[in-house]
Design a protein around this ligand. Structure first.
Ligand SMILES: Nc1ncnc2c1ncn2[C@@H]1O[C@H](COP(=O)(O)OP(=O)(O)O)[C@@H](O)[C@H]1O
Ligand SMILES: [Mg+2]
Length: 215
């Protein structure tokens, strides 16, 4: 499963935003894990507000291979960042480290999300706090109904926000509205998660998840 770094970053945005593009050289950073090596973007507002996401000197390895070597990135509320780089430079690695993929080991640096230490939390806690990773290749889960899956995920997030959970009937109304927003036919209500979906339908289903979870 390859997540999309771009969509992960997009999940941290709101609609009325200043857009930024951050370009970084392959394996941004020096050979040592150094805090000064990566590119840092300044926000359009001149840097007044506290960042929503603050990645500082992040170093990570996968299969004992150092991939992230001192990455710095600040994302403030309302900003959109697009991270671009050659194949294999570590974009997906950054996304997977931020969501807590167990194969990726953080060997240095810090990540704070809304002022808390993100790396201290389990992946499901990060998701409940509002981190969302859209997959580059969404997985099919035959036997699991898409609407049940979405309702349980949304209710977990609502619980974490101190909101009342939706009952199944109530959720169908919310789901129908969001499906219309993302241009998904009601025919998909009865389908299993991504099961038999075309590539484009899977992507649309990822966007539906994002629209419902409001990360
Ligand atoms: N599970 C893994 N085992 C071994 N190497 C990996 C694994 N995941 C990623 N890598 C390696 O880490 C490097 C960065 O990969 P990745 O973050 O997917 O790059 P990008 O998304 O920028 O194209 C690549 O060299 C890739 O082969
Ligand atoms: Mg990638």
């Amino acid at each position: 499963m390859q997540p999309s770094g771009l969509l992960m970053a997009a999940a941290l945005m709101c609609s009325a935003c200043a857009a930024h593009v951050m370009t970084a050289p392959a394996n941004a950073g020096s050979e040592r894990c150094s805090r000064a090596a990566a590119v840092r973007m300044m926000s359009a507002d001149g840097g007044g507000a506290a960042p929503l996401l603050d990645v500082s000197g992040l170093c990570a390895t996968v299969a004992d291979k150092p991939i992230l070597k001192g990455l710095n990135l600040q994302v403030k509320r309302g900003e959109v960042h697009a991270i671009m780089g050659p194949n294999g430079s570590g974009k997906s690695t950054l996304s997977k480290v931020l969501v807590g993929h167990p194969s990726y080991e953080v060997t240095g640096g810090d990540v704070s999300y809304r002022g808390d230490d993100l790396l201290d939390n389990e992946p499901e806690e990060r998701a409940q706090q509002g981190i969302f990773l859209a997959f580059q290749y969404p997985v099919e889960i035959p036997g699991v109904s898409n609407s049940d899956f979405l309702r349980l995920a949304v209710n977990k997030r609502r619980g974490a926000l101190g909101l009342e959970e939706y009952d199944p009937i109530e959720f169908l109304g919310v789901l129908a509205e969001k499906m219309e927003t993302v241009g998904m036919s009601p025919d998909f209500l009865g389908r299993d998660v991504n099961s038999g979906f075309s590539g484009g339908e899977k992507k649309r289903n990822e966007i539906l998840q994002m629209a419902l979870l409001e990360p």
